[in-house]
Design a protein around this ligand. Structure first.
Ligand code: ADP
Length: 174
C-alpha cells in the first residue's frame, strides 16, 4: 500500500521513518533537526560513529526516544539545477526501500511500514514538483522490479501543504 498524509514524521509509531540526512549524518535543521531532538542525544552519539556518506546513500540507526522502531538516514542531494541530482534523489528512495526490505527479512517480519519525508525539498532546495515526481516514479519502479517489496507499506509524510497537494494528486493518478 502507498499512502499520503500531512503531518510531522517524528510522531509516527511506524517501523521505519526516513530522515533527510546530511552527508555527515549529523544533527541538522528541518526534519533532521526534529528527528534528532525527539530521538535524544544517543542518536547524536550513534550517528557520530557512522562513516560519512554521499548523496543517495542510506544508513540505519535505532530510533532511541522516537516512537518508531528504527531510522533510515538518506543523504539527500543539494539541488544545483543539474540533472545529476535527479539520480541521487531517486537513489535515496530506492536505497531506503531496499534497506527496509533487508530490515524486514532480518527481523522475520511479513510487513513493515516505512514513512518518507519530502527529501531535499527544504534547506537543500529541490523543487517540490520534480522531487515528488522522482519519489513516486522510484517507488513504482522498485515495486515492479522487486514485487516482494510490496510488503512494505509506504507513507509519504508531507509537512507542507504544497507537498500534500502534489502527493495527493500523484496518488489519485496511480
Ligand atoms: P533537506 O535538507 O533534505 O531539504 P529539510 O528538512 O529542510 O531537508 O526539508 C525536507 C522536507 O521535510 C521539507 O519538505 C520540509 O517541509 C519537511 N519537514 C520539515 N520538518 C518535518 C517534520 N517534522 N516531519 C515531516 N517533514 C518535515
Amino acid at each position: 500500500m502507498i499512502s499520503v498524509i500531512k503531518g510531522d514524521i517524528t510522531g509516527l509509531d511506524f517501523d521505519l521513518i526516513v530522515n533527510a540526512a546530511n552527508a555527515k549524518f549529523m544533527r541538522g535543521g528541518g526534519v533532521c533537526g526534529a528527528i534528532f531532538s525527539k530521538a535524544g542525544p544517543l542518536l547524536d552519539e550513534y550517528c557520530a560513529s557512522l562513516p560519512e556518506g554521499k548523496a543517495g546513500e542510506v544508513r540505519i540507526s535505532p530510533a532511541f526516544d522516537l516512537p518508531c522502531k528504527a531510522i533510515i538516514h538518506a543523504v539527500g542531494p543539494i539541488y544545483e539545477g543539474l540533472t545529476k541530482n535527479a539520480q541521487d534523489l531517486a537513489s535515496c528512495y530506492w536505497n531506503s526501500v531496499a534497506l527496509a526490505y533487508e530490515y524486514m527479512r532480518e527481523h522475520e517480519l511479513d510487513k513493515v511500514s516505512l514513512a518518507f519525508p519530502c527529501i531535499s525539498t527544504g534547506i537543500y532546495g529541490y523543487p517540490h514538483d520534480s522531487a515528488c515526481d522522482i519519489a513516486w516514479k522510484t517507488i513504482k519502479k522498485i515495486r515492479s522490479a522487486f514485487p516482494d517489496t510490496k510488503a512494505i507499506d509506504i507513507v509519504f509524510v508531507c509537512y507542507e501543504q504544497v507537498d500534500y497537494e502534489l502527493y495527493k494528486k500523484a496518488l489519485r493518478s496511480l
